[in-house]
Design a protein around this ligand. Structure first.
Ligand code: GLU
Length: 284
């Protein structure tokens, strides 16, 4: 919201009015904007998720949010003292995650966010809560498979993701890599043949492939090109929140809510996920 031509007195009155409503506001530049306190009881909590990844983090056309990350984040928020109606979802695209946490835009991020040493320089992680693997989504009639040299192929992935980085570092440094802002942006190119494969985590790709409009059009190659240990990102140094989230994740697994979230969200895509990881157990 931009304020123009407002007198100082009116501006002050407006600020006071906004503060008095304690609505969580849209002040995204302070820690307060991320929710109040690390362990609950506060007004609202802002949580970063993806908006375009069916089965993981999706903003539905009717404004509802769904997916495994949403279920995990909702459970964790509950343990921190925030009921679902106190959650404000914020889109955190792959390249925006570290900055969103550093700025205090969100209290935590559950957005297919792999724990890596590089990211740990900038943010702290709770978890892991899921182990996924990088794979390729190709057209149903594609001959790309195990053993195919991907150098020379046209790949699409997302800026700021481990998926794009892994292509450049190891998987196919000579491939033509198109990098966009979100994975769903790669799908049109895959459909038209402008790119040969969309590459990211199998969990994400399974969700896309299962969408009604893509039925029969795409397939996953089943190649496990990397290990992606999903963590919940928090602001660097906020160890109290990391500890609370780890407790919540442990409880989610032990009381069966993790299994239920898997069934509800990965079942429709027939995604065969790995078993629940142990907190702190990173698969290299
Ligand atoms: N899990 C990978 C990552 O954190 C790929 C998925 C994503 O971009 O969110 O980069």
């Amino acid at each position: 919201m931009k304020l123009r031509k407002v007198t100082a007195a009116a501006a002050t009155a407006l600020v006071l009015a906004l503060t008095a409503t304690a609505c969580g506001g849209d002040d995204s530049s302070s820690d307060e904007g991320a929710g109040s306190g690390s362990s609950g009881g506060g007004d609202t909590i802002k949580i970063g998720i993806k908006y375009d990844q069916p089965g993981l983090g999706l903003k539905e056309p009717n404004g509802d949010f769904s997916g495994f990350d949403v279920a995990v984040a909702t459970y964790v928020a509950g343990e921190l003292g925030y009921q679902p109606d106190k959650i404000e979802w914020v889109e955190t695209k792959s390249a925006d995650r570290e900055n969103a946490l550093a700025r205090g835009d969100v209290k935590f991020i559950a957005a297919t966010y792999s724990i890596t040493d590089e990211r740990k320089q900038k943010v702290d992680f709770a978890g892991p809560y899921l182990l996924a693997h990088q794979d390729l989504l190709v057209k149903a009639d594609s001959d790309i498979a195990e053993g195919t040299d991907l150098n020379g192929k046209k790949l699409c992935s997302v800026t700021g993701s481990t998926s794009a980085q892994n292509v450049k570092d190891e998987i196919a440094p000579d491939a033509q890599l198109k990098q966009v802002g979100t994975y769903s942006e790669c799908l049109a190119g895959l459909q038209s043949g402008a790119v040969d494969a969309l590459t990211t985590d199998d969990s994400i790709l399974a969700g896309f492939a299962a969408q009604d409009q893509y039925q029969g059009k795409f397939k996953l190659t089943g190649l496990k090109l990397s290990n992606e240990n999903y963590g919940i990102g928090v602001k660097k140094g906020d160890t109290a929140t990391v500890d609370s989230i780890n407790d919540a994740l442990e409880k989610m697994v032990s009381d069966g809510a993790w299994d239920k979230a898997v069934e509800d969200n990965f079942g429709p895509a027939e995604y065969k996920n790995e078993p629940a990881p142990k907190i702190g157990d990173i698969v290299a």
